[in-house]
Design a protein around this ligand. Sequence first.
Ligand SMILES: *Cc1c(COP(=O)(O)O)cnc(C)c1O
Length: 340
Amino acid sequence: MDYQRVPDTAGGLRLHLNENTAGCSPKVLEAIRSIPATAIARYPDYEAATRDCAASLGLDPGWVALTNGLDEGIWAAASACVRAGDRGVEAIVPEPAFDMYAACVRAAGGRVVAVPPGPDLAFPLDEVLGAIGPATRLVFLCSPANPSGASLPAPVVRRIAGALPPDAIVFLDEAYVDFAPGSFLDEPPWPANVVVGRTFAKAYGLAALRIGCIAARPDVLARLQAVIPPYSLNVCAVEGLRAALDDRDSHRWYCTQVGESRRILAEACRRLGLRFWPSDANFVLVSLGDRCAEIVRALAAHGIHVRDRSGEPGCDGCARITTGVVEHTRACIAALEEVL
Ligand SMILES: *Cc1c(COP(=O)(O)O)cnc(C)c1O
């Protein structure tokens, strides 16, 4: 897969991958420690975890499948929609976007139709609608978007879903929705050809356990499940997820920290005269201008790692900064003030 792994940062404060900067709930560790040897020896059963996950989304368990990270859900969508033997099959990716969409479509043998953003990273609705054709099998949408942090209104998602040829799907990536005011799931109707993807890597801090889920009408979900191995989750992820979902206080606390962090980072940007995009996610895209690469390097020298997004369409001179625990955001702001 042509996915570019971000080089490791040997220590320091990691604000470059939108990870949970607090770590997972201690209840997750307790749950993993109490897994009996016999459970490690068995193939994992994740029916109960699927039920818990569906309940947390307010859905019937038949509408939800757990995946080995949301990445596996993205891969499943690409490989189910871009079937071998179909020549010239296309997937639409509005840019800038999470790298995995294009990487998975290409690995599955499909063609990526990249749609550039409007001014100030505005979502290019007319251009996306214009790019839809008989070869379109899949459209990747992300709300809140990575890296702008902007939420996509549900009517926009429905409009795109309604313009697709039969059997094509919208994959709506809601990796950051825990930090946003609302989800597509809160605003019915839910068109049959929309698959929603979630991850427990970000808000729940389970990135290393690799666990996410996809949700869709059961017949559509079955098309994606057909390309997912039967035991793609491990027992630590299964038990860790159940404990994480159960610890609502910890989740609520972290989301509040993120909201406060976004607020103080925005305030610092205004004070420092830096442009930024209002974000519904656990990161803020900040315009650092011509000195972006230099500033990102200087921050790293201060032990603060942020992500230079300059190479992305519409993101010239921009860095993406994770807003996690308030204390970490304050450390980042202090370093930024010094560097500038
Ligand atoms: C982090 C991220 C994912 C991947 O989630 P995993 O569960 O870690 O595989 C998917 N989509 C977006 C937009 C992300 O930022």
